[in-house]
Write a protein that binds this ligand. Sequence first.
Ligand SMILES: C[S@@+](CC[C@H](N)C(=O)[O-])C[C@H]1O[C@@H](n2cnc3c(N)ncnc32)[C@H](O)[C@@H]1O
Length: 287
Amino acid sequence: MKMPDNTIKAVKDYFKSELISFYDEAEIIAMYYVLMQHYFQLSKSQLVLSDKKRLSESDLLKIIYAVKDLKKNKPLAYILGEWEFFGLPFKVNEHTLIPRPETEELVQLILDENQGEINLLDIGAGTGCIPISLKKQMKNWKVSGLDISNEALDIAQYNAHLNDVEVTFFQYDILQNRNAHLDVKLDVIVSNPPYIPEADKDQMNTNVLNYEPHLALFVANNKPLLFYDVISEFAINNLNKGGKLYFEIHEKYGKEVVDILVQKGFENVKLMKDINEKDRIVKAVLN
Ligand SMILES: C[S@@+](CC[C@H](N)C(=O)[O-])C[C@H]1O[C@@H](n2cnc3c(N)ncnc32)[C@H](O)[C@@H]1O
């Protein structure tokens, strides 16, 4: 292992020169600042002013290990073990999807469109980023989340605690429960379910493919819309009259998801684009 000199300036040069054949320069610099802030609480301006300051040997090792992981294309979120979503910190690990900015748009839409005392369920909660962000803004909502993965649920519970909100999480396989009736009716159901057909693996970056949980990402090629079909059935049994269903979708399947909802009798079915002009959200009302 090549040990860099331990001045801040030398560490930055080392970070750049080691990673320049893997990432573009702007991305390297951005990752450098995020790591230095996360590990040593040194802001960008503090770093600029402390070129000659030295890192301890153990601190230097943290950077060296991060460089090693970044060369293997490990996402920065998993190196940090934490990621920001909707302005809040979320612990992440190999059992949870890294929360995405598109999903923040879904959270904002739900906040914009729902007032009063809402009982909401998130299906496929992962880190819990959706229900926790909603509960943080709407203290009078009753918010819960389910996931098939106990490991993901442990992280979601931790994140609720980290963000000081009460969200109920429970283990549940939605695919085995399309006809289930919960004890209490819901006003809103939201889901960002697995939606990438296995066949798309070939075109995916290794940072996603090798590190993010396949349980959270993929569906069988012959049933890419399985979760949408099952969750909309489940919603019919468990939403109040006038209740709303919100889906995050694969950009390729907007029309198909709309068709499923229309066929099942949902009303006001709308397909919406994300900030990158890609079809990303479908919403509907059950009357
Ligand atoms: C695309 S991730 C979404 C995670 C999180 N809601 C987010 O937006 O970042 C899908 C989630 O669905 C969960 N999941 C997969 N199969 C499931 C099933 N049959 N029942 C319930 N949850 C499931 C995965 O464990 C994963 O956490």
